[in-house]
Write a protein that binds this ligand. Sequence first.
Ligand code: HEC
Length: 149
Amino acid sequence: MTRTRVIALLVPLLLAGCTAKRNPASLSAADSTRGGDSAAIVLQAAPVGHILTYEERQGSVLYAKYCAVCHGKEGKGDGFNAFNLDPRPRDFSDSAYMVALSDGQIIQTITGGGRSVNKSPLMPSYGWTIDRSQIQYVAAYVRTFVYGN
Ligand code: HEC
């Protein structure tokens, strides 16, 4: 390989490296300019633009796989299987209901199914399908639907 060829190959690689490094730096620069006057705007936007935590993101993958068929992609209890079910799957975007529902009840429902909390046996149990931390992740994600995620 000639020298110019090596350089021609290296230059794009180096440039790619630089831009990859520059992105996080420019993000944090933008963040640090927030605050002061713009704090009110950030507060107003918070409920709509809820950013998922690590746990919630893990939970969203599990939710899509196991729960969305009944509870719906947006948690409104309108998955494609929902019309078959009476009572209907719970609507997780119903904030009045969800505020009254404890974390313990959500976790028990997922682990032991509807029957274990005196609800519909059509709500399946996942205690043998996913492990305890996965149940906590999906329970955390269920909580985010009140933000309209
Ligand atoms: C086969 C359909 C179906 C699937 C799949 C399903 N659910 Fe349900 N779920 C239901 C039904 C039906 C109810 C309503 C039970 C009732 O109100 O009696 C329910 C209720 C619930 C409740 C509310 C319990 C309460 O006390 O009000 C939670 C929380 C819940 N499901 C979580 C989940 C999670 C998380 C998953 C996925 C891991 C899931 N469900 C998968 C059908 C389903």
